[in-house]
Design a protein around this ligand. Structure first.
Ligand code: FES
Length: 163
């Protein structure tokens, strides 16, 4: 996942054209746009629909069916909590409750300061070291409430500049 970028019609058109002839092109196109921009801008829906000869409603329906896709820009950081079985056995439910409460945000939401977007994920391939979270592109294991709070401090507080 890359940082959020502003609307770029030429880039979106390029992604659509590079994938439109593949079988089942819609999902690869949606992934491509979200990977490039951090979200799927609503302006891209008519472009996708036109390229794939589908209705806007059909494209919109697929975007909203999959929780993975978002149509608004995420916060500066995306935090995913693993909700799969092995992490649950190692305490991810308690961690999840702590994170939601401390950030005051639910899944698919973004904190009021737009620093963190919270998402669920189902296995990060690091099951022996749960509970696991992913922060942007980095998987972090053995996370507890204290480690998570320290991590949020790190993510949201810039180091003081020494003059
Ligand atoms: S179950 Fe959480 S990483 Fe596999």
């Amino acid at each position: 996942m890359t940082a959020t970028q502003t609307w770029d019609a030429a880039l979106v058109q390029q992604i659509i054209e590079s994938l439109a002839t593949k079988p089942g092109a819609l999902l690869p196109i949606l992934h491509g746009i979200q990977n490039a921009l951090g979200y799927i801008p609503p302006e891209s829906v008519p472009m996708i629909a036109s390229a794939l000869q589908q209705t806007r409603a059909e494209v919109h329906g697929v975007i909203t069916f999959y929780h993975h896709f978002r149509m608004t820009p995420p916060g500066s950081h995306v935090v995913q909590i693993c909700r799969a079985e092995a992490c649950q056995a190692r305490g991810s439910r308690a961690l999840e409750a702590h994170i939601k409460e401390s950030l005051n945000v639910d899944y698919h939401g973004t904190t009021a300061d737009r620093e963190i977007t919270l998402e669920p994920v189902y296995c990060l391939g690091n099951c022996a070291c749960g509970p696991n979270i992913r922060v942007d592109d980095q998987v972090l294991g053995r996370i507890d409430s204290e480690r998570f709070d320290a991590l949020v401090d790190e993510l949201t507080h810039q180091p003081l500049e020494v003059k």
